[in-house]
Write a new protein. Structure first.
Ligand code: TPP
Ligand code: MG
Length: 324
């Protein structure tokens, strides 16, 4: 059973993600900001469990639907909101947005809007760790749809052959844009795709953060020990459609959505921690109040931050290489 401190940390991450998502959706709905936003509501348990097994010095790559992955890794709330709404206070000075959210200070190295695009980049990060004898591991987060992309298969093959310290985490939310997963692939378990590459593959309930953490800890230990990559398929669900506010979600069966909402991972984990005596109702209320304030302050900071100046258009585009 996962240690109490770890479980508390997992819930803190989940609730922070939940609150930032709620805030983002609120800002969009009331017209305070006008941005494209891919909500990961319903998927909070996956990176929250995963990140509890990671260090600040480990790396992640993710997708446009990766605000939760970035927050779970430890990026500051205000700077993440500012980045998504295109303000200079953002982690990329407001020039990346949700499609290119990154924060190298805590190992969030790349976000790609190209489906599967950041998966080979995760291999590059892992290769560097291997070549420099660092024990840092890299997590590549992506969706179910990404596992139909050629670069994804090439990346898994290379990682297995070179025993790279990388963990491939598929957030299987059953949809790629507006297409149900089983209309675009003929395998029930995406984890079985690991077999083709001689890699360990597991399917876990991504909405059960304890199960997610156990799978994460095993994969991280394997990677740090030089035993190579793991594919984790985390089963979850996408509550808000593809693009928030635009997608009417008519293609998602109502009963399927109702069943997923009845198992909403955030209140479910909250109730589990209280029932099992990990946190009292009072501890929980204090934890949530502190995060409510952190997120309210973060949103205030982000909204007060200006848009980048046009003169910044060509700065930060290329890294400056200092000759040796
Ligand atoms: C290479 C590529 N093909 C198509 C698209 C258009 N597209 C954007 S999101 C998306 C769905 C991807 O689904 P999945 O990998 O399951 O991620 P999810 O959005 O469910 O998190 C598609 C097809 C794209 N951005 N990149
Ligand atoms: Mg998907």
């Amino acid at each position: 059973m996962t240690d109490s401190e770890i479980r508390r940390g997992i819930y803190e991450r989940m609730y922070r993600i939940f609150k930032v998502d709620e805030t983002m959706r609120g800002l969009i709905m009331k017209g305070a900001v006008s941005v494209i936003y891919y909500s990961a509501r319903g998927q909070e348990g996956v990176p929250s469990g995963m990140s509890a097994a990671l260090r600040d010095t480990d790396y992640i790559t993710t997708t446009y639907r990766g605000m939760h992955d970035t927050l779970a890794k430890g990026a500051p709330v205000g700077e993440v909101i500012a980045e998504i709404i295109g303000r200079v206070g953002g982690t990329c000075k407001g020039k990346g947005g949700i499609m290119h959210l990154s924060d190298p200070r805590i190992g969030v190295m790349a976000t790609s809007g190209i489906v599967g695009g950041a998966v080979p980049i995760a291999n590059g990060l892992a290769l560097r760790s291997q070549m420099t004898n660092s024990d840092a591991v890299t997590v590549a987060y992506f969706g179910d749809g990404a596992t139909n992309i050629g670069a994804w298969h090439e990346a898994l093959n290379m990682a297995a052959v070179w025993k790279l310290p990388v963990i491939f985490v598929c957030q299987n939310n059953e949809y790629g844009e507006f297409t149900p997963r089983m209309e675009s692939m003929n395998v029930k378990e995406i984890s079985s795709r690991a077999d083709s590459y001689g890699m360990t593959g597991v399917t876990v309930n991504g909405n059960d953060p304890d199960a997610m953490y156990e799978a994460a800890a095993a994969a991280v230990a394997r990677a740090r020990a030089g035993e190579g990559p793991t594919l984790i398929e985390a089963m979850t669900y996408r509550f808000m459609g593809h693009v928030f506010g635009v997608d009417t979600m008519e293609y998602m069966p109502k009963e399927e959505m109702a069943a997923a909402q009845a198992n909403d991972p955030v209140p479910a984990y909250r109730a589990r921690l209280i029932n099992e005596g990990v946190l009292s109702e009072d501890d929980m209320a204090a934890l949530e109040a502190a995060i409510d304030k952190e997120v309210a302050d973060g949103a205030e900071f982000a909204l007060a931050s200006p848009a980048p100046d046009a003169s910044e258009t060509y700065t930060d585009v290329y890294a400056e290489v200092v000759p040796a």
